[in-house]
Write a protein that binds this ligand. Structure first.
Ligand code: HEM
Length: 239
C-alpha cells in the first residue's frame, strides 16, 4: 500500500479542483475571484453541514434507542454540543460573505441561472431533524422517547433543572442547537437583503419575504414547557 501523505489522505488535489467559476475567464479578474469566493463559502457550508447532519442524525439514533437510554443520552449530549459549535461556524460562513462587493456580485449573479441555496438537500435533512416553529422534528421526538425510557417527562426535566442530570443536559444542548440554527437563518436573511434587497431569488422565490417566513425557532414544546415554569412559580402551592 502506498505511503499516505497529507495531500493523498485529504485528497487536496480533487478538493481544490472543485471551485469552477461560471463567469467567462476573460472577465475582470477581480470579478472572477469574487465568484471564486462565493463558491468557496457555499462549498464550505456544505462540508460543515455534512458533519452537522451526521452528528445530529447519530444523536437522534442514540437518544431513541431503548437500550441503556442514559448512556445514549450522554453521547448524544456530546454530539449535540459539537453540532451547536458547527452551527456557529456555519453562521460565520454567512457573515464572511458580507465582504462580497455588490458591484462584483451583480456581474456574476446572472451566471448562477436558477441555482439556489433553497435546493440544498443537506439543509432539507437538517430541517427534518430540527423541525420548525410549529412541528417538532426527529431530534425532539428522540428526546421524548429517551425521557420516557428513563421514566421521566419533558415537563419534569424542565422542572428539575440540573437535578435532571443527563436529560437536563440534552435539553440545554437541544436549545443551543436550535438557537444556533435560528441565528444562521437570521444572518442569512441579513446577507441576502444586503446583496439583493427586494429582488427575487435565483430560485424564483420572493427572496426577503420568503426567507423571513422561514425563520423559526426549533423545539417549540420544550420552550413552552420551560416558559410554563414562570406560571407555576406564580400560582399558590396547594395547602
Ligand atoms: C450572497 C449570498 C447569498 C444570497 C444573495 C442568497 C440568497 C438566497 C435567496 C434569495 C434565497 C431564497 C430562495 C431563492 O429564491 O433563491 C436563499 C435561500 C437559501 N440559501 Fe442563500 N443566499 C446567499 C448565501 C447562502 C449561503 C452561503 C448558503 C449556505 C449554503 C445559503 C443557503 C441557503 C439555503 C439553505 C436557503 C433555503 C433557506 C430556507 O429554506 O429557509 N445561502 N438564499
Amino acid at each position: 500500500m502506498a505511503e499516505l501523505s497529507y495531500s493523498s489522505y485529504l485528497q487536496t488535489e480533487t478538493l481544490l479542483s472543485l471551485q469552477e467559476t461560471q463567469i467567462p475567464e476573460t472577465a475582470d479578474p477581480t470579478v472572477v475571484l469574487a465568484e471564486h469566493f462565493f463558491i468557496v463559502a457555499h462549498q464550505s457550508c456544505e462540508l460543515w453541514l455534512k458533519q452537522t447532519v451526521a452528528d445530529l442524525s447519530l444523536a437522534r439514533d442514540l437518544l431513541s434507542g431503548p437500550c441503556r437510554p442514559a448512556e445514549g443520552a450522554e453521547t448524544g449530549v456530546e454530539l449535540l454540543q459539537r453540532a451547536a459549535e458547527l452551527l456557529r461556524v456555519l453562521h460565520e460562513q454567512v457573515l464572511v460573505l458580507e465582504r462580497l462587493q455588490l458591484r462584483h456580485f451583480v456581474q456574476f449573479r446572472p451566471y448562477l441561472g436558477t441555482a439556489s441555496g433553497a435546493q440544498s438537500e443537506q439543509f432539507r435533512v437538517l430541517g427534518r431533524l430540527l423541525g420548525d416553529g410549529k412541528e417538532e422534528g426527529e431530534l425532539y421526538e428522540a428526546f421524548v422517547a429517551n425521557a420516557t425510557h428513563q421514566h421521566c417527562t419533558v415537563a419534569e426535566v424542565c422542572r428539575l433543572g440540573s437535578a435532571g442530570g443527563v436529560l437536563h443536559r440534552v435539553a440545554e444542548a437541544l436549545l443551543d442547537v436550535g438557537n444556533g440554527y435560528w441565528r444562521w437563518k437570521v444572518a442569512h436573511l441579513g446577507l441576502m437583503s444586503k446583496m439583493v434587497g427586494g429582488q427575487q431569488g435565483t430560485g424564483g422565490t420572493s427572496g426577503e419575504e420568503f426567507l423571513m417566513r422561514r425563520i423559526t425557532l426549533p423545539f417549540p414544546e420544550l420552550r413552552r414547557l420551560r416558559g410554563a415554569l414562570h406560571a407555576e412559580e406564580l400560582s399558590p402551592s396547594p395547602a
